[in-house]
Design a protein around this ligand. Structure first.
Ligand SMILES: [Fe+2]
Length: 536
């Protein structure tokens, strides 16, 4: 007798025609993953061996709406849920817990959704329009003894590194209203370089830039005006400059008042870079106090940067370099026009940009150099080398010649990991299989003084075929196959970003610790057997 077909969690008849307010918010790319899980799993199943030297926690954060979001929202809307995997002595524990943001606490108190469109307070319930509407769902960064859950629309929430409990809002008492989800660590000056846009309120073109030192003290604070009120998601830093990368979207408070989206995609806007000296009290030659310079290329969306550096010629001219993904379509359909062709021609690659600071503001930059000619995104480097030239790029990619479980859209459709050695152009690939997608990786050096790129790359693999998530550990000595797979017992939501934090001196177990058995009860089937626990 044949077996019945397996259940299909996305099948149209899975819910017997019953409607739920969740129906409109189920991502077609997630294969029915349920989300809204909080809890812990001690001692995850391991295949292979986790290197004993790996000792720390991978904090990844997921967009995981606790209540169904308002229809029409982009997939970046939804409560931040932290998924932490702690690795120690070859073992791994999992803990998942929401960030208790002000908006989540308000909604759970009311037991319903109160917030409307992404960053449009005019669509929120009138009683909560003064609330911080950050979902804290974009990145996790550890700095100055504080673990931060970040969303660029507001200040950070601080969470406990072991319990993941939410401790406070705006722990550094930062200036302005906003804090980027992509602050950058300068490993040489030991500063966290931060910017915030729309920093004086909704729709403003005010940008704040500063650094936090190792104690969390604010220094080098400066304020500039952007060329327009733009979507400024990421930046790049060199020893003397910060480069803000503007996406071709605009914001308009009047549009929001009419119930429109916070962002409007404008295909006439070029990729734009705002260059600002990092140290306003020690300006580079030729820069005036308060000066920023704007450079642009053609229309493109540069979603994230990898590394960046600067070079000074003998005549004193300075060039800035940074590398980023490049795509030619509106990533967020919700922010486009209904008449736009979705995702355009899907063209995307990974490129190096050069900004010649001897050129005046409002100059077009040179054609970028393609360093990886395939769609790639969420790349990471050995971040001990941030602000300096570097050779190794860890880049999730879409091998277009192979089938994929979901359309080849960045970043949702990333399918494999590439390790690019830039001087030789050699690309090593780890392909987890055609039923898998991959997420932003993290790199952990083998030791403090290991050569660049020598160590391990960890990345979450979403196995669409068996509805499970596997965290793979790749040794860079042979990037093509994992040395360990840390198997989660279910499929977790996709992360936006995450970071590795080396074991903290004061850390305690993330999961429940059992009381030791001092003496057995002597009531088992072989109760007369001699009990000797010391030999176990
Ligand atoms: Fe990002």
């Amino acid at each position: 007798m044949p077996f019945p077909p397996p259940p299909n969690p996305n099948g149209s008849n899975s819910f017997f025609g019953l409607h739920s307010s969740w129906s409109s918010t189920r991502s077609p790319f997630e294969n029915g993953v349920a989300g809204r899980f909080e809890g812990e799993v001690a001692d995850l199943a391991i295949f292979g061996e986790i290197p004993k030297e790996l000792n720390g926690t991978f904090y990844r954060i997921m967009v995981d709406p606790f209540y169904p979001v308002l229809e029409g929202n982009a997939p970046i809307e939804g409560d931040g849920n932290i998924c932490a995997v702690r690795v120690k002595d070859g073992r791994a524990d999992l803990k998942v817990r929401y960030v208790d943001t002000e908006r989540l606490r308000l909604e759970r108190q009311a037991n319903k959704r109160l917030f409307g469109l992404y960053r449009n307070p005019f669509t929120h319930h009138p009683c909560v329009r003064a609330a911080v509407d950050s979902t804290a769902n974009t990145n996790m960064v550890y700095w100055a003894g504080k673990l931060l859950a970040l969303k660029e629309s507001a200040q950070p929430y601080q969470v406990h590194p072991d319990t993941l409990e939410t401790i406070t809002y705006n722990p550094f008492n930062s200036p302005g209203l906003t804090f980027s989800a992509h602050p950058k660590v300068d490993p040489y000056t030991e500063e966290l370089v931060v910017f915030g846009y729309e920093a004086k309120g909704l729709g403003t073109d005010d940008i704040v830039i500063y650094a936090l030192d190792k104690q969390g003290t604010i220094k080098d604070e400066q304020w500039i005006k952007g060329p327009w009120a733009a979507f400024i998601h990421d930046c790049a830093i060199t020893p003397n400059f910060i480069i803000l990368v503007l996406w071709p979207y605009e914001t308009d408070v009047e549009h929001m008042k009419k119930g429109g989206q916070h962002w409007i995609y404008n295909k006439d806007r070029p990729a734009t870079f705002v260059v600002v000296p990092r140290h306003p009290n020690n300006l580079p030659a030729g820069w005036k106090a308060g000066e920023s310079r704007v450079y642009h290329w053609e229309h493109a969306v540069l979603l994230h940067t990898a590394g960046s550096w600067e070079e000074t010629a003998k005549n004193g001219d300075v060039k800035l370099f940074f590398e980023s993904s490049r795509m030619f379509y509106n990533l967020f359909l919700a922010f486009g026009s209904p008449t736009d062709k979705p995702f355009g021609d899907m063209q995307a690659d990974y490129v190096r940009w050069e900004i010649d600071l001897s050129q005046p503001t409002n100059t077009k930059v040179a054609e970028p150099t393609v360093i990886l000619d395939m769609p790639g995104e969420m790349a990471r480097i050995d971040e001990r080398f941030l602000t300096k030239p570097y050779d190794k790029l860890f880049c999730p990619v879409i091998p277009l010649e192979q089938p994929s479980p979901i359309p080849p859209i960045l970043p949702a459709g990333l399918r494999a990991y590439a390790l690019l050695d830039k001087p030789s152009g050699k690309v090593d690939m780890f392909d987890p299989g055609q039923a898998c997608t991959v997420e932003e990786p993290i790199f952990v050096p083998r030791s403090k003084n290991a050569p660049e790129g020598d160590g391990w790359m960890l990345g979450m693999i979403q196995r669409m075929d068996v509805n499970r998530s596997d965290l793979v550990v790749l040794d860079t000595k042979d990037f093509t196959k994992p040395v360990a797979i840390i198997q989660l017992p279910f499929k977790v939501k996709g992360q936006i970003h995450g970071n590795w934090v080396d074991a903290l001196p004061e850390e305690k177990s993330m999961t429940r610790v059992l009381e030791p058995v001092e003496k057995m009860m002597g009531k088992g089937a072989l109760q007369d057997e001699q009990a000797n626990l010391s030999h176990i």
